[in-house]
Every structure is written in structure tokens, then in C-alpha cells.
Design a protein around this ligand. Structure first.
Ligand code: PHE
Ligand code: NA
Length: 447
């Protein structure tokens, strides 16, 4: 594959679904609900939506355009657009970020995989779902087992290649996840006491927001759209010249946002109906949703299907993370796909051991008050991704130049046309907004 024949997505729908597969994942359900809950609900959601629209969408088009133009992995892409400059470091930062994200992402995906099996006959009314979750994560061996199982699934798919591996999986399963989420929304909203959750989710209270709220909302926008670390540069590199970039990106952003908003409607009304704490942290979805399934007819079956689909959604995101690393080894170092997938899968499994053990043997370890998994999550989502996005926007606006992005984004002609306005967005709005939120957010988080 490194002999001049780069694989390509088989169709436009193939690319959109693969990119949506990368975007839609644990970020929409697990991470979105827990950070929105911690940051006070509606005001956070409001800032998050603005970040998606003003920053996320233009940046997504930019990343896909860089990938399609160069047909390269992130490091190779920066090298080919700015040869003999240090800009390749931005690509390298992306590869590093992929390691950090995947190593804890796989741990949480492992919880989801475990819950797929727990659902069998297990989701019945009156159980202590908080206790069940805590006893799962504080066990030493089970989380390691599921983390390993998930990493093996990921590397098997990546080893089998872009079209056969990634595209096939992304196609059928997303609509099914969507359908179950809708059923959960209906059940959640009709629970007694759901109204308080709807209010929490929809009525903003701007008196509580801080720099940390802004940083978390921006970080969540990057995380959920797979931005700031080269996943979409890599996926764009497999996109044919026949497909329009700005339209395709529009679909991806739309689908991802819809799933996140629905997940909020499935989770927050139920949180209040059960009398649970919305700021409860990483366990929020894993504690609340089983309790909702318990109140549904055939709850065990739906619960099983839901966690199965959540695991698959996580898998289509995880493969986009691993693909960044593997594509770099194949393109730049001439490695064979199988060898690159196996070795990197193993390394990421090892880097994922500390967060896996962070609730059992390493539960005493905290960094700035965060446990190990929170630390990986905070570092990647709130620091590395926005930093990557900041540097990418400076690169696109001033080095590769806005005009080149506009040409690539509009080619061939599509419905959403990128005009001059994009120049202002990429040269001023993105660097200033991301830079300001990063600095203000870091200060307000740690001081
Ligand atoms: N977007 C994915 C999610 O929401 C996570 C992800 C982040 C995937 C960065 C690739 C790159 O779950
Ligand atoms: Na997402």
C-alpha cells in the first residue's frame, strides 16, 4: 500500500459514515453527559453548541482539506505542504494525542463491553446501579480483561485495512444505535420526576459559568468531532477528488451533534427521576442508563443492544485513533499494516494500564485532584486537542493559506460554499478564540 496505491473510500456515503463513525462514540454519550453534568447543564450545552458551529465545523473542513490535498498521514501532510519547516511537529503532536486518547478510551469502552454482558437479566428495578458500577471499576482484573478485549477488536479491524475494515463496520450500525437512543429518550422523559432534569438540561444559568466551563465546552467540541489530532486529516487522505469536502463535513457535524443532544435527553431527566447527582463524574451514563432500562419492558434486551451498539460506536472511533498512528508508520516508515497495528495496539494497551487500575490498586494516585483516567481525559481533551486545533488553524490561515483551503473545500462544487468569510474565520476567529479559551480555562481550572 505504500507503493503508490493509496486506498480510497468506496463512495461518498462510505466516507461520511466512516468520518461519522469516528465522530460518534463514547464522546457523545459517556463524555458529553458527564462533563455537561459537572459543568452545570444548559449553560454548558449552549456554549458547546456555539463552539461546534463557529469553531468545530470550519476546523473539520480544514482538516479534511489538508488530508485530501496531500493524501498523507498528519505528519506527512504538514511536511508536504510546508517542506523543511518545523510544522510537521503539529502532526507529531496529533500522533502523540492519539496514543493518550486511545489508551483511556479503550478502558471506558471496556466498561461498555462488560455492561453488554451484564445486561443479560441484570437490569431490573430496585438494584443499586451505583454500587454495581463501583464494584466493576474497583475490581483489579475485570477492567484489564475488557480493556484488552477492546484493544484486540480495534487492532483486528485496523489490520484488515481502510475499506474492508473501517467502512464496512460503520455502515449498518449507526442507524440502530439512533433508534435505541430514541426509545431511551421517550422512556426517560416519561419517568416520574423527569421535569427537573429537563430544566437542568434546557434552562441556562449563566451565573455559574467560568473559564473552566468554556474550556470544557471547547474541549468537548474538539473531542466529540475528532478534531485537533489528525484523525480527519488521515480520513480525508482516503477521500476521492470527486467528493465535496464542505458538504460531507456538514453531515458529520450534524449527525454527531444530534446524537449528543439526544443522549442528554436520555440521561438528564432520568438522573433527576432517580434522584442521582448530575455532577457524579465518569460513572454518570453507566449508572443512570441501566436504571432507565430497568424501568422498560424487555429492559435487559434493550440494555444488551444499547451497550453493544455503544461499544461498536466506540470501536469505529477507536479505529480512527489507531489509524492515525498506523498510517504514519506505513507512509513514513514503510512498515507493514499488520505489524504496525499489532505493535501499536500492544503499546496502547500498556499505556492504558494506569487508568485501568486507577480505581483499584492505583486509587491513591491523584494529579491536581483528578484520578488517573480523569487526568488522561483532561490532558487530551482540554489541552492537547485545543492546542492541536490552534496550531492547525494558524497553519491553514497563514502558511498553507486560506485561499488553498477554500479551493479544496469547494472542490468539486457542492451545496455549502466556502467564501472569503472563511479567511476571517481561520486567520482571526479560530486562533484568538481557541487561544483565549485555553489560557483563561487553564488559569481558572488550576488557580
Ligand atoms: N470523537 C470520538 C467520540 O466522540 C472520540 C475521538 C476523539 C475519536 C479524537 C478520534 C479522535 O467518541
Ligand atoms: Na463524538
Amino acid at each position: 500500500m505504500n507503493n503508490g496505491h493509496r486506498e480510497q473510500w468506496a463512495s461518498r456515503i462510505g466516507f461520511i459514515l466512516a468520518a461519522a463513525g469516528s465522530a460518534v462514540g463514547l464522546g457523545n454519550i459517556w463524555r458529553f453527559s458527564y462533563v455537561a453534568g459537572e459543568q452545570g447543564g444548559a449553560a454548558f450545552v449552549f456554549i458547546y453548541l456555539i463552539a461546534i458551529l463557529l469553531i468545530g465545523y470550519p476546523l473539520m473542513v480544514t482538516e479534511i482539506a489538508i488530508g485530501r490535498k496531500t493524501q498523507k498521514n498528519p505528519i506527512g501532510a504538514f511536511k508536504s505542504l510546508a517542506p523543511d519547516t518545523p510544522w510537521w511537529i503539529v502532526g507529531a503532536l496529533g500522533v502523540l494525542t492519539a496514543f493518550v486518547i486511545l489508551s483511556f478510551y479503550s478502558v471506558v469502552a471496556g466498561w461498555s463491553l462488560a455492561y453488554t454482558f451484564k445486561a443479560f437479566g441484570g437490569f431490573v428495578p430496585g438494584l443499586d446501579y451505583e454500587g454495581i458500577f463501583i464494584s466493576h471499576i474497583t475490581d483489579v482484573y475485570m477492567p484489564i480483561f475488557w480493556h484488552a478485549a477492546f484493544m484486540i477488536l480495534t487492532l483486528v479491524i485496523i489490520a484488515s485495512g481502510v475499506v474492508k475494515g473501517i467502512q464496512r463496520w460503520s455502515k449498518v450500525l449507526m442507524p440502530l444505535l439512533f433508534a435505541i437512543l430514541l426509545a431511551l429518550v421517550v422512556r426517560g422523559l416519561t419517568l416520574e420526576g423527569a421535569g427537573a432534569g429537563v430544566a437542568f438540561y434546557l434552562t441556562p444559568d449563566f451565573t455559574e459559568i467560568s473559564g473552566e466551563t468554556f474550556l470544557t465546552a471547547l474541549g468537548q467540541a474538539f473531542f466529540t468531532l475528532s478534531l485537533g489530532m489528525g484523525a480527519l486529516i488521515t480520513y480525508g487522505s482516503y477521500l476521492s477528488q470527486k467528493e465535496n469536502v464542505s458538504d460531507s463535513a456538514g453531515w458529520v457535524v450534524g449527525m454527531d451533534t444530534l446524537v449528543a443532544l439526544l443522549a442528554g435527553f436520555a440521561i438528564f431527566p432520568a438522573v433527576f427521576a432517580i434522584g442521582f447527582d448530575p455532577a457524579g463524574g465518569v460513572g454518570l451514563a453507566f449508572i443512570t442508563l441501566p436504571a432507565v432500562f430497568a424501568e422498560m419492558p424487555l429492559g435487559g434486551l434493550f440494555g444488551f443492544l444499547f451497550f453493544l451498539l455503544l461499544t461498536i460506536a466506540a470501536l469505529t472511533s477507536a479505529i480512527s485513533l489507531l489509524e492515525v498512528v498506523v498510517a504514519w508508520l506505513i507512509d513514513e516508515k514503510g512498515w507493514d499494516r499488520l505489524k504496525a497495528s499489532m505493535l501499536m495496539g500492544l503499546i496502547i494497551f500498556v499505556v492504558g494500564l494506569p487508568p485501568t487500575l486507577g480505581y483499584s490498586v492505583l486509587s491513591g494516585v491523584t494529579i491536581f485532584g483528578m484520578d488517573i483516567l480523569d487526568t488522561y481525559d483532561f490532558l487530551s481533551g482540554n489541552i492537547l486537542l485545543p492546542l492541536g486545533g490552534l496550531l492547525t488553524s494558524i497553519f491553514a490561515g497563514y502558511i498553507w493559506r486560506a485561499k488553498s483551503v477554500i479551493d479544496e473545500a469547494n472542490n468539486p462544487k457542492g451545496k455549502i460554499v466556502f467564501g472569503q468569510w472563511y479567511g476571517y474565520v481561520i486567520q482571526y476567529l479560530l486562533p484568538l478564540a481557541i487561544g483565549a479559551v485555553l489560557i483563561w480555562g487553564i488559569i481558572s481550572t488550576f488557580i
